[in-house]
Design a binder for this molecule. Sequence first.
Ligand SMILES: [Zn+2]
Ligand SMILES: [Zn+2]
Ligand SMILES: [Zn+2]
Ligand SMILES: [Zn+2]
Length: 284
Amino acid sequence: MTMVVASRGEVMAGWYTVSCSDCGGEIPVHEGWSNPPSICGSCKEKRKNMWYDKSCESCSATLRVHKEWNNPPRFCASCKESQKAKWYEKPCEGCGGTIHANRDWDHPPVFCQECKQRNQPQYKPCSHCGATFTIPTGTLINCKKQGWDLPNRCKDCRELFKFKPFRTARETDLLNNVVWRTYNSRGQLISESRDTEGLPGDRYREHRSPSGQVIGRTRQHEGVFNHNYRETSGTDGRVKSTSRDKEGPFGDRYSESTGGSSGETHQTRTRDNLFNGKKHRETW
Ligand SMILES: [Zn+2]
Ligand SMILES: [Zn+2]
Ligand SMILES: [Zn+2]
Ligand SMILES: [Zn+2]
């Protein structure tokens, strides 16, 4: 604090000076002022010019913005508040962790980022038609949770297999070779099988999807007590299903197969077509 000295060199009673906190210049201050200034007039003016007005992007209310702010606000306080209220928490269906979701989103996420990262969509060839299909994140997570195997057929092929019973009919191709064609209950072709001989003596029935992809081979085996059974293996050599001939309670003969991706048991019976007298095999 310094005394204020008038131009004639006399000390002016009751006045002293303080330094402007912005520029360090002297500001005369009177003892009687209850609220002495801390910045000089020109600095005050400069400070005022650092502020400008802009409109809230949502409601157009006026916002005071400082030129030195790195992130000038885009919305007014009340708009910010109502935006904040739109956020809510929900549990991740994969790990139970917390997901932040917004009420404005049409499709709030079902899984958290980590679950999505760890279960990125997989692309693999369909075991039936060979086409590449996608296993989405949700399916990957659900299969893991339920302990299920991942799907190995594309959506279209899975659809084909939905419509039971399957009907296998002995038909001939354009060259008059015998083929067994299996249709679903909608009459859509599922597969075509032919008797083939691989290495000498290795006879089997080869199954192909409508796209021509080999999907399996069935060989006749002799089991204990001369009970013959048939074993169908996939192209990887793994056994897909086993089937045995059986006799039902009314003496009807059918074959029962176990296996497949579902591990279910299916029964196949020979049926007569009442209209054309031809026989076909029906699988439930
Ligand atoms: Zn100043
Ligand atoms: Zn607003
Ligand atoms: Zn999660
Ligand atoms: Zn397919």
